[in-house]
Design a protein around this ligand. Structure first.
Ligand SMILES: [Zn+2]
Ligand SMILES: [Zn+2]
Length: 124
């Protein structure tokens, strides 16, 4: 797929935040600089970029899909009160992959774990 102007705008918007926005939130961000863009275009481009591995799609956080412009391997934690999603940069749990490989005889190529909790601002 060619890198259209709209696609570049969507990618830049996503990479500019650390909030793991939903497609609707990305749309709001992109629309402020590119008012003619449609929600459908934003959805389509996000899905396409996620399947190409240009961005990450986070499933299982609340009811809405969220997107991440950071494709390095990292974990996420979601606040059960306000729904915010933060990055966790710790060493990947490689031991678990080895254990699962032994237990299942699969060649494990990756894993995803979601953490939930109460964020610092909701805790107080
Ligand atoms: Zn919170
Ligand atoms: Zn992230």
């Amino acid at each position: 797929m060619r890198m259209t102007k709209q696609r570049t705008a969507i990618l830049e918007a996503l990479k500019s935040v650390k909030t793991h926005p939903t497609a609707d939130e990305v749309y709001e961000m992109v629309r402020s600089v590119n008012p003619r863009i449609s929600l459908g275009t934003v959805y389509r481009n996000l899905e396409a970029m996620a399947s190409e591995g240009v961005i990450q799609k986070l499933e299982g956080f609340g009811s809405k899909k969220r997107f991440d412009g950071d494709i390095s391997r990292h974990y996420h934690i979601e606040c059960i009160r306000c729904g915010r999603v933060d990055d966790i940069f710790i060493d990947q749990l490689m031991d678990i992959e080895k254990k699962i490989q032994t237990a299942t005889n699969y060649k494990v190529t990756g894993h995803s774990i979601e953490f939930v909790g109460i964020c610092p601002s909701c805790k107080t």
